[in-house]
Design a protein around this ligand. Structure first.
Ligand SMILES: [Zn+2]
Length: 188
């Protein structure tokens, strides 16, 4: 839930564990169930509590539920989330000058432009979702993990082929990486 002070003329919303909320009496506050609703009514996220880490704590139950469903591994480091889907890597990070979040994606093959991205090796996916859990749904749509593919179908066979090719590419690039490292350590 997202809270706002009913006595304040400033339209600011907070997460439930913001110290602004915990230091006051609950009576002063109204709430929204969804972030979308609050933002559409012109509320702005609080600068103190709306961090990726804070929002993750707030939505953790829902996020964990869907990561489990899609078989994603999620981990939190500082103020960002990393999601491994088996098809790629994703990061949800705080935008540089606002309380917004950004989604970054890493393909199995790195494009040249990804090397000088804000997050090296990743490209900005340029989607903005309201809640963090919505990014999990976005990723699932992107990866096709939300669709059940039944065995024996043409699509299943294609997917198996694709996954095998992906695994092969990955192992080749792992070997190349190791050779690189070896040469580097010899050069020192
Ligand atoms: Zn707050």
């Amino acid at each position: 839930m997202y809270f706002y002070n009913i006595c304040s003329s400033q339209k600011i919303i907070h997460l439930s564990d913001c110290r602004y909320i915990t230091n006051s009496t609950k009576k002063q506050f109204g709430h929204f169930y969804g972030l979308k609703e609050a933002l559409k009514k012109g509320y702005r996220p609080c600068r103190h509590c709306f961090t990726v880490a804070g929002r993750f704590a707030e939505e953790k139950e829902r996020i964990d539920k869907y990561c489990k469903r899609y078989n994603y591994i999620i981990s939190q480091s500082n103020n960002s989330l990393e999601i491994t889907t088996g098809r790629g890597e994703w990061k949800i990070v705080q935008a540089e000058h606002s309380q917004r979040t950004e989604l970054y994606h890493k393909n199995t093959q790195t494009r040249d432009s990804d090397r000088c991205s804000r997050i090296e090796g990743y490209h900005n996916q340029r989607v903005t979702e309201y809640e963090l859990v919505d990014y999990i749904h976005y990723i699932a749509r992107h990866d096709g993990s939300n669709q059940k593919v039944s065995k024996g179908t043409k699509r299943y066979k294609n997917m198996q082929k694709k996954l095998a090719a992906q695994a092969k590419r990955q192992s080749v690039s792992n070997v190349l990486y190791l050779i690189d490292r070896l040469q580097m350590s010899r050069a020192v």
